[in-house]
Design a protein around this ligand. Sequence first.
Ligand code: AP5
Length: 222
Amino acid sequence: AEQPPLKIMISGAPASGKGTQCELITQKYGLVHISAGDLLRAEIASGSENGKLAKEYMEKGQLVPDEIVVMMVKDRLSQTDSEKNGWLLDGYPRSSSQATALKGFGFQPDLFIVLEVPEDILIERVVGRRLDPVTGKIYHLKYSPPETEEIAARLTQRFDDTEEKAKLRLKTHNQNVSDVLSMYDDITIKIKGNRSKEEVFTQIDTALSQMLQQRNTSPSSL
Ligand code: AP5
């Protein structure tokens, strides 16, 4: 019998590599990548009132209020493509209230991935990050430089990617992380994120293949 699609959450400190790994995971597993941060940046770009309010919090590295974030994520998870292909939720939940809200709507992940990266390398990753507005691809001036001059010339930087703002984001993360982790204890895998992006992906890929294999050999356990 056909298995239900995979549902995964990925969590980790600012610049721990969530977005980078999501690119690789979706390429191989065809899940729909839903990034809370990207949804919020799209809301800002639309010029809406919610976007304006969200930006005030993001500028300070604080969590955007649940009233804005929860429905935004819930609506995206409810779309047909997510239901059909499975989803990879990035940067949500960031508090126990966000986790509880999602559970209340009936969204339960199969796996909770945590990227573990020592704090001292996060800032360097943030400051060197660049984005390609055309493809959406994530680069780093040192660790993942653009392939061509043409791409290099059009790269942009996020408004919250300064050292000062990254430290505020990290502080917020540290205040909330244990609350969130405690809610997914039984389905959590911890990944060593302080390695090349390919090595980090190999760890995730191994865990995902094992999980899919187990599902196929024990369908009655579902
Ligand atoms: P969000 O956009 O989610 O930012 P974040 O959590 O700070 O995470 P980042 O996007 O900075 O990093 P990442 O882990 O994706 O790393 P990446 O792969 O890009 O959130 C922004 C803000 O929105 C929050 O501060 C908050 O205000 C708000 N918000 C978001 N979600 C919310 C929620 N649920 N509730 C309330 N508010 C919310 O990698 C970083 C860099 O490192 C890149 O340059 C990359 O090339 C490089 N890199 C990646 N992997 C490696 C590697 N293995 N080795 C070397 N370099 C690497």
